[in-house]
Design a protein around this ligand. Structure first.
Ligand code: 13P
Length: 258
């Protein structure tokens, strides 16, 4: 099945890698990314954004952040604004990751504000959504995803759709070694796209890039990339190893241009 959106492979390093380690990783991945038709994104710790962005200049790799604050400036000790990220060289930002929702109490309305602010300064948001184990067991997945999309994206202008990425990351699959079944992911993204079609129009919903994240590894990545509806991958622990990450980027070549 031909997919119209560019394939995306995104690393989320979480709170790992100092600057030296980050640059060594990038040096391994640049030549592989150059051979690829994928957009290669790396979400690095704040402290490594500037150095990594300098290192990837002129390559196919983009550097982003894993979080931001929704305010433009203010007395918010320890927080970082969208424009600060952009100034440091980030071109995208992950918002609403399940770890931020679960460990730091982030709500859909806070995430919604962050998305607006990111778009204001031209940062591409990767909006993470996903149900937890109980919600799936109780048959609430559809309702949960719909509410997350409604509350996070409800009044986002449809002009933003081509800059938006949504990552479907079921909480029970994140960091557990238990990836979702590709058919389950296909169905969830289908539901999400249909809902976004109601919010905007189906043509606008088609422009949104959907990623899957949760226990992606070198063995299962090709199957996800071949699954209709999945435009790319958001990879946590396996993305810390440059050889594994490079392998997943090059897998895309074997899966074939879409
Ligand atoms: P894992 O790939 O380690 O399951 O993490 C996924 C994730 O959180 C990506 O954002």
């Amino acid at each position: 099945m031909k997919k119209s959106r560019a394939p995306v492979i995104c690393a989320n390093w979480k709170m790992y890698k100092n600057i030296e380690e980050a640059l060594a990783f990038i040096d391994v991945v640049i030549p592989v990314a150059e051979q690829s038709d994928c957009e290669v994104l790396i979400a690095v710790p704040f402290t490594a954004i500037r150095s990594c962005a300098d290192r990837v200049r002129g390559t196919r790799i983009s550097i982003g952040a894993q979080n931001m604050n929704d305010a433009t400036a203010g007395a918010f000790t320890g927080e970082v604004s969208a424009s600060m990220l952009q100034e440091a060289g980030a071109t995208f930002v992950i918002v609403g990751h399940s770890e931020r929702r679960r460990l730091f109490g982030e709500t859909n309305s806070f995430i919604h504000q962050k998305i607006k602010r990111a778009l204001d300064v031209g940062l591409r948001p990767i909006v993470c959504i996903g149900e937890n184990y109980e919600e799936r067991e109780n048959g609430a997945t559809h309702a949960v995803l719909k509410m997350q999309l409604q509350e996070c994206l409800g009044d986002i202008s449809k002009e933003a759709t081509s800059h938006l990425m949504v990552a479907y990351e079921p909480n029970w699959a994140v960091g557990t070694g238990l990836p979702a079944n590709p058919e389950t992911v296909h169905q969830a993204i289908d539901d999400c796209r249909a809902f976004l079609g109601e919010l905007w129009s189906s043509a606008d919903a088609q422009r949104v890039t959907f990623l899957y994240g949760g226990s992606v590894d070198v063995q299962n990545a090709a199957t996800f990339l071949q699954t209709p509806n999945i435009d790319g991958l958001l990879i946590g622990s396996v993305s810390l190893d440059p050889d594994s990450f490079a392998k997943i980027i090059s897998l895309r070549q074997n899966v074939g241009a879409r």
